[in-house]
Design a protein around this ligand. Structure first.
Ligand code: ZN
Ligand code: ZN
Length: 194
């Protein structure tokens, strides 16, 4: 389901060396916000290329990421994936922070190979290319993308279990204990319907 933004693929049949110097074609996305993201990715690559004085293959871009992560970078595949729900709710932060963050992972891999994901190389790219504070976590509200949870309780108070854990308890596969008090978590009794 990924649309290709890889310029080398698009330019494969273009023999003229001049055409390699022209702007990279940006694949069109139907969703205007996704399109804006693709243009911002291209913009960030152009900054990287002019500051570092070399070319980088453009990544494929997808918007199929689920869960609580804002984005991921697949280093070997040269792919970026973004979380469409979190994007919708945090558009400016994605353009300003998430895109540079993920691109710097790809650039660090292209430049230095396998290095620590948020190590020195990545941090210095974030600062020198995009002037961004190299933060490793986002603070978006993830309630909308969290799965259904179930109320449990220990003596410390109520606690939520994911549906996956809840099902394990129901099937008798495991029990969970509170890390603080050590008490076994018990399902919160439902209020009986009248
Ligand atoms: Zn990261
Ligand atoms: Zn407890």
């Amino acid at each position: 389901m990924f649309k290709s933004l890889n310029p080398f693929r698009a330019l494969q049949n273009a023999p003229s060396p001049q055409s390699m110097l022209k702007a990279h074609p940006v694949v069109t996305f139907q969703d205007p916000l996704h399109q804006q993201m693709a243009l911002q990715v291209e913009h960030c690559y152009q900054i990287a290329e002019s500051k570092l004085g070399r070319c980088f293959p453009r990544p494929e871009i997808g918007f199929m990421l689920r869960g609580k992560s804002a984005g991921t970078a697949h280093l070997q595949l040269n792919k970026l994936r973004f979380n469409p729900k979190l994007l919708n709710d945090n558009q400016q932060a994605f353009l300003d922070d998430v895109i540079p963050h993920e691109i710097c992972h790809l650039l660090a891999f292209q430049l230095y190979g396998r290095v620590k994901p948020h190590g020195r190389e990545w941090q210095s790219l974030m600062q020198s290319l995009y002037g961004r504070v190299p933060r490793t976590t986002h603070s978006f509200d993830t309630r909308a993308v969290e799965g259904k949870t179930f109320e449990y309780r220990c003596q410390c108070g109520p606690i939520k279990l994911s549906i996956r854990r809840h099902n394990k308890v129901i099937r008798g596969e495991t029990q969970y204990r509170c890390r603080r008090c050590g008490q076994q978590l018990r399902a919160e009794p439902r209020i009986p319907p009248r």
